[in-house]
Design a binder for this molecule. Sequence first.
Ligand SMILES: [Zn+2]
Length: 262
Amino acid sequence: MAELGEEIEKAARLLHEAKYVLALVGAGMSVESGIPPFRGPGGLWTKYGEPDMRGYDRFLADPKGWWESIIKREGYASELVEGIERAKPNQGHYALAELEEMGVLKYIITQNVDNLHYAAGSKNVAEIHGNILKLRCISCGHRYERDEINAEVLPPLCPDCGGYIKTDGVMFGEPIPPDVLKCCEDETEKCDCMLLIGTSAQVYPAAAFPSTVRRRGGALIEINPYDTALTNSCEVVLRDPSGESLPLIVERIKALLAGTAT
Ligand SMILES: [Zn+2]
């Protein structure tokens, strides 16, 4: 316990002293909210098989057929969407929202598609893989809430430009939306301390962000029950769930800000 306290203290001091803190968030944080992971025991792909690696090409080839299958909601897409609709933010999500409110955290870059950062009250969120509860026009990039788009005639078309509308979630073979990618890159260029939460950051583009921070002399703090390829590059490593360690870090930073830390 003393050791955990020391690591929490180190993390809190790094975050308190940093000028521009970002959080890079992966599936581990959503798993704490009961959203099934893709890989590993109980994973959706373990159960239903790997998804079609040409998913985006299939959409482009037949947007109407793609929408019809989505509306029928078969297989893992159905279990994922239902899991997400039921899920609630956990204490870690709320702690990140509080860090933003306190002016400590500037931006969240998330690989999750579940909307839980917004649900917890975070404002500056870049969703690299989109948001499964939203829709997006593939021509102009405009995002819509689901109830803004009439899906009686398939495929639905963008009210702005007439382009095809799909879910905002990024499919296999689909480019990361350029506005999101640019936002992540711009934010990372300013970052001098990055929280790595529940992510192994091995997949592009997330993999590039921690190494950019390191190259600029910034610090990395890992919150993950498992070792990752980044563990050895991190100043602080916390093995407890983010729902437990992030609220403790927030309390320590509050004490530092108030000048009451001992
Ligand atoms: Zn459009």
